[in-house]
Write a protein that binds this ligand. Structure first.
Ligand code: ADP
Ligand code: TRP
Length: 321
């Protein structure tokens, strides 16, 4: 079974990215052959600063390796090191109905926010489909917001197979129900674009401040809170603390007597400890950038071996060769 996923270097990675996509991807290393990549072509739809793209790309590589991506088990590469994906985007784009792309939530959300769309933003799901189809991926671990994109990939692959004969593997999304949408500090989905993130490797003081200033309601500490499970700090604590610890805080909040300040302090401590070993690993990697570069170079070579043969299959099926 081949497992594949990608993450954009469009900003600093946060715990929504970690619990929604990175941790499931890392755990899946035990279940199949994994291909994970840094989607730098995709980041061009929202970021136009070349230095930032370079810096973010390196940071995503460091973050992912620090959190447990194992280059012995996974093929880890930079999307643009394999430009064949752009050719495949064109090939499958000619079979992609406009209507399908017009219905994409992410596209509709962005245009609704007033972003004036360019061709790249509109074609984003076709490039993502090419990412997946180029490597015969069976399973795509992502957060819930990406589900529609994987479904579009399936539609495109099925259409291609019907038109030109059996060529592509039809992939399945893998979405973990318990972390499908990690909430941000304001209760909306945690996202780089909403300014509501807790970064995986955030600065200690700044992150403590962010967590301590999370808005809660105005009930007194003594009041029982029957809706304790909906409390944002409890929801986040469930991600970073052992189950019995978060259950204990939830019960104390429900019963009354636990103040929000104490709850937020506990949340910060557990968050900080959860990522402590990864922080140490990250510092080691950051002192050895040649190694990180060599992982990506090696990943690109291994990905190329698979991608080139699938691309040739698609070229043959469609009569380009
Ligand atoms: P962002 O919304 O911050 O820009 P991306 O779109 O780059 O995040 O997402 C990268 C990966 O992380 C995707 O698989 C996405 O589904 C997942 N992800 C992002 N935010 C969350 C979240 N709040 N909860 C769960 N998964 C998330
Ligand atoms: N669109 C994904 C995101 O924003 C990133 C991505 C690009 C991706 N290509 C992919 C994810 C292929 C899974 C498979 O998060």
């Amino acid at each position: 079974m081949r497992i594949l996923s990608g993450i954009q270097p469009s900003g600093t990675l946060h715990i929504g990215n970690y619990f929604g996509m990175m941790r499931p991807s890392i755990e899946l290393q035990a279940r199949g052959e994994c291909f994970y990549f840094i989607a730098d072509y995709h980041s061009m739809t929202s970021l136009t600063d070349p230095d930032k793209r370079r810096a973010n790309t390196l940071n995503v590589a460091l973050d992912f390796l620090a959190c447990g991506l194992d280059p012995q088990k996974s093929v880890f590469y930079r999307q643009s090191d394999l430009p064949g994906v752009c050719e495949l985007t064109w090939i499958i784009g000619t079979l992609t109905p406009m209507g399908l792309l017009e219905r994409a939530h992410s596209y509709k959300d962005k245009t609704a926010k007033g972003i004036s769309p360019n061709f790249g933003l509109f074609a984003y799901p076709v490039l993502m489909a090419a990412d997946i189809l180029l490597y015969d991926a069976n399973l795509v671990p992502v957060g819930r917001d990406q589900k529609q994109h994987v479904e579009m990939t399936r539609d495109i692959a099925i259409k291609f197979n019907q038109t030109y004969g059996d060529t592509f593997v039809i992939p399945e999304p893998e979405i973990r129900a318990e972390v499908a949408t990690v909430p941000g500090l304001d209760g909306q989905k945690m996202s780089k674009s909403y300014g509501n993130t807790v970064d995986i490797f955030g600065d200690e003081k700044a992150t403590r401040k962010k967590i301590m200033s999370m808005t809660m309601d105005s009930r007194t500490p003594a009041e029982p809170k029957p809706d304790a499970d909906k409390n944002l700090a409890i929801q986040m604590l469930k991600l970073v603390a052992p189950a019995d610890v978060s259950a204990d805080y939830e019960n104390r909040l429900r019963a009354g007597g636990l103040g929000y300040g104490d709850l937020k302090k506990a949340l910060f401590e557990h968050y900080w400890n959860y990522f402590a070993p990864y922080r140490a690993k990250r510092a080691e990697l950051a002192a050895n950038l040649d190694y990180v570069e060599s992982v990506l170079r090696d990943g690109a070579q291994r990905a190329q071996a698979v991608g080139a043969s699938v691309l040739q299959r698609a070229r043959k099926a469609s009569g380009l060769v």
